[in-house]
Ligand binder design. Structure first.
Ligand code: TYC
Length: 122
């Protein structure tokens, strides 16, 4: 049987070890560049107080959409009730917008005037 001529894949070229200044001395030049990648701006979901939404509904919403235990959710609800508003969580812009939609949908379906909004964190 005739043996098939197989060509081995050629090796990729060896990385250049010479420095770009062409001095042939093999020196390495590191350029300091300003860091361009900033961490993404975070957004807080703020819930507003009103006189009509039942406290229990707010606690359940905070538990469900902001993954808080009942005690933490109750504390956040009471803070909103007393101060007029409160932060339920801090997320990337997209996730915060989704949380706001979820709260609005739940409030609308239940017929409560509960309001919330998302704003950039300083
Ligand atoms: N103030 C409401 C009440 O007394 C309770 C409430 C708390 C409503 C927080 C909205 O975001 C809110 N029933």
């Amino acid at each position: 049987m005739k043996s098939m001529a197989t060509k081995l894949p050629s090796r990729p070229p060896a990385p250049k070890t010479e420095s770009p200044d062409g001095d042939g001395g093999g020196s390495v030049v590191l350029e300091r560049r300003r860091q361009k990648v900033k961490p993404p701006q975070m957004h807080q979901v703020v819930m507003l107080n009103d006189d009509y939404t039942p406290m229990e509904f707010v606690v359940v919403v905070i538990q469900e959409f902001f993954s808080k235990d009942r005690e933490t959710a109750t504390q956040i609800m009471l803070k909103i009730h007393l101060d007029g508003k409160g932060v339920c969580g801090v997320y990337s812009k997209d996730v915060a917008a989704t949380k706001v939609d979820q709260v609005r949908d739940a409030a609308n379906k239940a017929g409560h005037p509960l309001q919330c909004l998302s704003e950039p964190v300083e």
